[in-house]
Design a protein around this ligand. Structure first.
Ligand code: DAH
Length: 333
């Protein structure tokens, strides 16, 4: 008799528990069935009228039923609590988009923007981006680039040396050209890379110089490439970066690591020319220094200052603006 009654009671409880849609309703269901004045407790009171043997079995069944109902209540409670919390969080969420739109958002420094754009342009032309260390040895910064110790060009680099080991053997790189050597030492041709990065010289900062500045180096090593490919590459890059109305020209020049060497200029709207950087056909000695056979492979290279490029592009009148870090200035770009 009690068994039947219990079973239907547990079933009813379980239906009501799953139907409870909030914590309050659930608490009430709990009170109804397992509370002090609940139905199961009420059944317990009827146990007194039973024979001892029967009472024991019935008591056990009743306890089991209470445990079962309490368990179901707890399970349901955690489900409801979790969704109540989620609802509360959703309700308390603040929409900050309106506040944000009034605030100045940070952005990349204009030199970083120029560097990123340059990388994009060259990657679009099939180049990959290479990097090298800012502290270099004389081999990478000079010797392998066909600038031996006695070479007068060595003096023109105004190199900042690091006091480490033999004098004048360790230095802050004075150009990004050492990355050419590092790349040719570790990669086999065909090589198509650009290497942007920081470079250093003993220059005192003035309107057109910074002691720490940025260059980007380009290097191509392949079969049958020459000056025409160099000129075409410079023209394509300048067109993509400055716009196709801007023209380029090469002027004969001298660098120890290229032969022939040139400086390249871009046209200005007023009919003049601005010098952008140096370039040339990679000197056979440089290829040989890196274990590349100059009879089989040829190359061309170029390098120029990124900061100077930013100065030209944004028509700044002092390159030091780039490092003063005045946000009122930087914000404009
Ligand atoms: N490294 C040179 C400098 O800093 C620039 C340069 C000239 C790089 C000719 C080149 C090149 O790759 O071919 O003055």
């Amino acid at each position: 008799m009690l068994g039947v009654e219990l079973a239907s009671l547990v079933e009813r409880a379980s239906t009501e528990i799953s139907a409870a849609s909030d914590l309050e309703t659930l608490a009430e269901v709990e009170r109804t069935f397992v509370g002090k004045k609940g139905e199961l407790v009420a059944l317990k009171k009827t146990l007194g009228g039973l024979e001892p043997e029967e009472r024991k079995a019935a008591g056990q069944a009743l306890n089991e039923a209470m445990g079962q109902v309490a368990g179901q209540v707890n399970e349901r409670r955690s489900v409801l609590a979790a969704s109540a919390e989620a609802a509360q969080l959703a309700g308390e969420r603040l929409d900050l988009t309106e506040v944000m739109s009034d605030m100045q958002r940070g952005h990349a420094h204009l030199v970083t923007q120029a560097r990123d754009r340059l990388e994009d342009v060259f990657v679009g032309m099939g180049f990959t981006v290479a990097e090298g260390p800012e502290v270099e040895s004389a081999w990478y910064n000079f010797e392998a680039l066909n600038i031996p110790e006695w070479h007068p060009a060595r003096g023109s680099f105004d190199t900042i040396f690091v006091e480490l080991g033999e004098p004048e053997q360790v230095m802050l790189r004075s150009h990004t050209s050492p990355v050419q050597i590092r790349t040719m030492e570790t990669e086999k041709p065909p090589i198509y890379i650009v290497a942007p990065g920081r470079t250093f010289r003993t220059d005192t900062a003035d309107a057109t110089h910074l002691p720490a500045f940025n260059q980007i180096e380009g290097l191509v090593v392949d079969r049958g490439v020459g000056l025409g490919d160099l000129a075409g590459t410079i023209e394509s890059f300048v067109g993509a970066f400055f716009g196709h109305e801007v023209k380029t020209r090469l002027r004969p020049s001298y660098f120890p690591f290229t032969e022939p060497s040139a400086e390249f200029d871009i046209s200005t709207p007023d009919g003049g020319w601005l010098e952008l950087g140096g370039c040339g056909v990679v000197h056979p000695n440089v290829l040989a220094n890196c274990g590349i056979d100059p009879e089989e492979f040829q190359g061309f290279a170029f390098g120029f200052g990124i900061d100077r490029l930013a100065v030209m592009r944004y028509q700044l009148d002092d390159i030091r603006e780039l490092v003063n870090n005045d946000v009122r200035f930087l914000r404009q770009f």
